[in-house]
Design a protein around this ligand. Structure first.
Ligand code: GCU
Length: 329
C-alpha cells in the first residue's frame, strides 16, 4: 500500500509539474488544479467537488480547471494532506479526522457527542468558530475553503448489532487516522485499529477488523454493507469534510482568482447540504434492501461512557472550543 501510494503520489507530482508549466508558460492553457480525495464517484461529496469544478470553470471563463482524482488514487487522506503542504498537490478534500495531527483544534469534531444536534453543529461551522478553523491550517500549508456535510458517524459490524457500548467489547473496529477516534472507541469499550479508508473493504472481508463506523452515504457507496450486516445508528460524532487548497498554490493566485475559488467553494457547499439529506435517506434504504439490519440504539449509555473523555479535555484548546460551542446559544 505504502509503495503504491508513494508511486501514485509521484505520478500526481509529475502531473502537477506539467500543469504548472502549462499555466505559467506561453501556451496560454488553463491553470489546472489537481484535487485528490478518497471517496467514490457516486458519493455526494464527490458530486459537490464536481460542482465546485464546474462553477470555477464557469467563473474563470475556462482559465481555471480542476482535475479530480477520486478513490484515493493519489494516496490516502494523510498522504494528500502532506502533498498539499509541499505544494506537490493543489487541492484535496479530507475528513477533519486526519487533519487533527496537522491542525490540533480540528480534534473537536472527533470528540463524541460534542454537539447537541445538527442545528448547533451548523451554527458552529457557519459562524466564527468555523471560519477560524478553516484558517487555522494556513501556516501549515493548508488553506481551508469550505465545509461539506458528512452527517453523523455510527457503528457497523459484520454480524454484531450494537445496542449498547457493552456490545463493542472485544470487537476490532477500524478507526480513521485520528487520536480522538482511537480514544473514542477505547472509551466505548472496543479495540480500535487505524486503517486507510481505501483498504477497509478488504480489511473487513479478510477479518482484520470486525467493523467500522461511518455515515450512511459512505457505508453504502464504499459497499462495506456487502460485508457488514449490522448498522447501529448511535451517531457518536459529527465529523465534517473540508475542502483544502495548498497555501503555496493559494498565495500564487491573483485576488480575482482567489475570489472565484472562494465563491465556487461556497456555492458547492450549499449544493452539497441539500444533496446530503437526500442521499442519506437513499443510502439507508439501499442497505436495508440489501439485507442490513439497521437499528437505533438509545444514545444515553454511549454518552455516559464518553463523559471521562470530555472531562479530561477541560482547560485544553479543544476543551475551550467545546465551552465556546456550548456558550454560543
Ligand atoms: C467519511 C469521510 C471521508 C473519510 C471516511 C473515513 O467518508 O467523508 O473523508 O475518508 O469517512 O472513514 O476514512
Amino acid at each position: 500500500g505504502v509503495v503504491i501510494g508513494a508511486f501514485l503520489a509521484t505520478l500526481g507530482y509529475a502531473f502537477i509539474e506539467r500543469s504548472q508549466n502549462s499555466a505559467g508558460g506561453s501556451s496560454g492553457g488553463p491553470l489546472v488544479l489537481t484535487l485528490g480525495h478518497g471517496l467514490d464517484q457516486t458519493h455526494p461529496v464527490h458530486r459537490a467537488i464536481v460542482e465546485f469544478a464546474d462553477r470555477l470553470k464557469e467563473k474563470s471563463g475556462g482559465t481555471m480547471t480542476v482535475q479530480i482524482s477520486p478513490n484515493g488514487q493519489l494516496g490516502s487522506e494523510v498522504e494528500c494532506i502532506e502533498l498539499l503542504q509541499r505544494g506537490a498537490l493543489a487541492m484535496t478534500k479530507t475528513s477533519t479526522a486526519p487533519l487533527e495531527a496537522f491542525i490540533p483544534s480540528m480534534s473537536v469534531f472527533g470528540v463524541p457527542y460534542v454537539f447537541r444536534d445538527e442545528t448547533q453543529f451548523w451554527k458552529t461551522l457557519d459562524g466564527p468558530i468555523g471560519e477560524e478553523l478553516l484558517q487555522a491550517g494556513r501556516d501549515s500549508g493548508l488553506h481551508g475553503l469550505c465545509w461539506y456535510d458528512a452527517g453523523a458517524r455510527s457503528f457497523y459490524t459484520k454480524s454484531t448489532a450494537i445496542h449498547s457500548p457493552d456490545d463493542l467489547k472485544g470487537l476490532k473496529l477500524r478507526v480513521q487516522d485520528s487520536r480522538t477516534a482511537l480514544e473514542m472507541v477505547t472509551a466505548l469499550g472496543g479495540s480500535p485499529t487505524p486503517m486507510n479508508f481505501g483498504e477497509l473493504y478488504t480489511g473487513l472481508q479478510q477479518g482484520l477488523v470486525d467493523g467500522a463506523e461511518n455515515n450512511p452515504p459512505s457505508f453504502e457507496t464504499s459497499r462495506h454493507f456487502e460485508v457488514c450486516k449490522e448498522y447501529s445508528l448511535n451517531e457518536h460524532s459529527l465529523v465534517p469534510d473540508v475542502l483544502l487548497i495548498s497555501t503555496r498554490w493559494w498565495d500564487r493566485l491573483s485576488p480575482e482568482q482567489q475570489a472565484w475559488v472562494e465563491q465556487a467553494a461556497e456555492e458547492s457547499s450549499v449544493f452539497q447540504r441539500q444533496l446530503w439529506r437526500e442521499k442519506t435517506a437513499e443510502s439507508l434504504k439501499i442497505v436495508e434492501e440489501a439485507g442490513v439490519n439497521v437499528t437505533r440504539p438509545d444514545k444515553g449509555p454511549f454518552i455516559e461512557r464518553v463523559q471521562p473523555m470530555h472531562d479530561a479535555l477541560k482547560g485544553t484548546v479543544v476543551g475551550n472550543l467545546m465551552e465556546r460551542i456550548k456558550a454560543e446559544e
